[in-house]
Design a protein around this ligand. Sequence first.
Ligand SMILES: Nc1nc2c(c(=O)[nH]1)N[C@H]1C(S)=C(S)[C@@H](COP(=O)(O)OP(=O)(O)OC[C@H]3O[C@@H](n4cnc5c(=O)[nH]c(N)nc54)[C@H](O)[C@@H]3O)O[C@H]1N2
Ligand SMILES: Nc1nc2c(c(=O)[nH]1)N[C@H]1C(S)=C(S)[C@@H](COP(=O)(O)OP(=O)(O)OC[C@H]3O[C@@H](n4cnc5c(=O)[nH]c(N)nc54)[C@H](O)[C@@H]3O)O[C@H]1N2
Ligand code: SF4
Ligand SMILES: [Mo]
Length: 680
Amino acid sequence: MGHTAFSSADATTRRTICRLCAGLCGLILSVEDNRIVKIVGDRSHPVSRGYTCPKGRALGAWHHHPHRLNEPRIRRSGTEQVTVTWQECLDDLGDRIAELIETHGPGAVGIYIGTAGLFDGTSQIWRSLFAAIGSPSVYSTISVDAATTLLVQDRVSGNPLLAGQPDPDAKMVILIGMNPMVSHGQNFGMTAPKIQLRQWASEGRLWVVDPRRTETAEVANHHLRPRLGSEYAILGHLTREILRDGADREFLETFTAGVDAIEALVARFDLATTCRLTGLKPAVFEALLRDIRATGRLGIMTGTGVSMSRTANLTLLMQYALLAVTGSLDRPGGEWYNPGFVRNADATGWPRCSYDGPGAPSRPDIPSRMGEYSAGVLIDEIEAGNLKALIILGGNPIIALPETERLRRALDSLDVLAVADVIETESVGRATHVLPSYGQLERADLPYIDFLSPRQFVQYTPAMMTPSGGRRPLWWMIAQLGLRLGYDLTGGASPDDLTDDDMLRPLAGNAKASFDEIKAAPQGLEIQERPWGWVDRYLPGGRWNLAPPDILAQFDTLEPPAERPDHFLLIPARQKYKLNSVMSDGTAALREPDRPTLGINPDDAVRLSLKDGAEAIVRGGNGDVCAITSIEERVLPGTVSFPHGFEHQSVGNLTVAAEIDPLSGMVVLSGIPVTVEATA
Ligand SMILES: Nc1nc2c(c(=O)[nH]1)N[C@H]1C(S)=C(S)[C@@H](COP(=O)(O)OP(=O)(O)OC[C@H]3O[C@@H](n4cnc5c(=O)[nH]c(N)nc54)[C@H](O)[C@@H]3O)O[C@H]1N2
Ligand SMILES: Nc1nc2c(c(=O)[nH]1)N[C@H]1C(S)=C(S)[C@@H](COP(=O)(O)OP(=O)(O)OC[C@H]3O[C@@H](n4cnc5c(=O)[nH]c(N)nc54)[C@H](O)[C@@H]3O)O[C@H]1N2
Ligand code: SF4
Ligand SMILES: [Mo]
């Protein structure tokens, strides 16, 4: 198989980009004898300028991790996985899947694309496989991450992927439910977060809305801690006030539809009602309005704290409303839409993707979105006997999805669980077929979700390391499986004769430079100027639709989660030294690895007689977790924060698969009621 082979005598430095998160930091690897001895940030990189987080610098340790997967394995009838050749593994997988399709139909075969599968540009060929099989059983992390965001983007702009971000030069910015200082963004890649946050803060109008006093809140000028899930009321009130005085009527008349409906809707957010709903003081709204009136326009960005909450759609729609009434959509000083260097949407438009589709047979009430079922229905589909085989590409559903114990039983009951990963995980341990994959340093790549970046920038990376053992790229496994099912996914060429570049080249089909030009630029290519005012060309009817009926109707049914003295509201939080479950063993930690710690406010801790560092039992919808208490001033009373990403003490014991937003398919993961007690 074609891949870059380096001589083992190489003692070199090599340039690449980290693809663990959307930060895409430039890295320099020092390699000796096919071992990475050091990774540092690339100081001359045009975007990251030397910045990396600890995870990027730990990619070498992770690459050489003693638990890396090297050879394919099969679990036959017994309980042990045994090492086999690729030929045996793929033949067996192909036979079993063909038989399941024959007996139960194509829908019995499903796929789950995890974060690493999504980030691997070469693996997109899975779409061709599933189109060929004709199976609708497609799942990904979107429905436990940002499905609500995609819904509102679809309804308002006609394109679920049209993601906005505050103008890097905006004079006023509101960040809601995101902590880019640790996460580097959700629907956004914020490299070197402190530099951008400080630039916004230098204007004196950077507002952070978060129940926790986060690292990001510490850099901001203002931090608001409204009642959980009430953020829509803040934005609704501001929209109401701007509509009463100072709205950009010309923008509204020319570029939007549904303003009347929005005006009628936000009438309910008078000051007294909004203060009651949010728990904030009137002075807060005076200050916010003063800032908006001073700048005219503003940028707003939301993260998982919004997308995972029950009231997500309301907040996300009010975000558009406030941006529209201030004339901030796709205008300097407001919200910018990066057309992407690879996607090149300002010149070529956005291919229409069909968004609405029928739900899974066991849960017809939850529609499919962008060709995917909600991950919240995965267990139901297995238990109902509809799903018999699941292929996992670069994901670890056991840590990512709710109802951990029920999910474990469901996965164990499958006829086929084929897991393509780079390292031993619990999902790998439960697999019938283990598919050892290239890690990110072993393959070439072209970040194709580049419209999430703050720059119109693209950088190709060649493979850095010669792969060891029997590891293979995801695309090769998929193409080989396709052949065994009778589908040629590679245009007549044998997968053995193809390279990563053959998979990447088509991704650049519409790009602002040719694949070869992109490939020839070792530190990427960039279009410096930011295009403004291009989005309206592609909006249905040339207008932002501010009044999608299905979302408007939710304003009458949804409300913030109830606050009660006998429970806490659980909120998600990301940790610095791991990415979801990746490196959760402490590979990237300098001293102490991240642990499943329960953040709780000092007053609440005193009330429960909880000591810092002591064990606490957290009880939720599906069981308990045992957590180490971390008493933190920064946590809002009445809430507790608990991270996901641990196979033991999984937060999935506390969250409920059945609680799904029926419009987007998003599983609710923030604002979950739990009880907390000290261990005896
Ligand atoms: N270090 C690190 N980086 C990561 C990851 C990681 O695991 N570790 N994961 C990556 C992934 S997959 C993603 S999707 C992104 C996510 O990126 P972010 O969305 O920035 O994720 P968090 O850092 O968890 O920030 C979410 C914030 O929302 C707040 N919050 C929770 N509930 C509510 C609410 O109801 N209302 C409001 N206003 N705020 C709320 C929390 O207190 C928290 O500060 O991060 C990516 N980057
Ligand atoms: N309660 C709660 N639940 C949550 C969240 C939360 O905040 N709270 N966050 C949600 C979010 S935003 C997300 S994105 C999901 C994450 O859900 P997942 O994506 O399922 O979880 P990860 O741990 O990111 O899994 C990535 C897997 O890919 C493997 N991997 C890494 N690199 C490669 C590679 O190059 N090739 C291959 N083949 N595999 C590789 C890793 O070893 C790991 O097992 O969890 C969601 N679940
Ligand atoms: S912020 Fe960290 S994980 Fe994200 S791309 Fe940069 S180095 Fe990688
Ligand atoms: Mo995510």
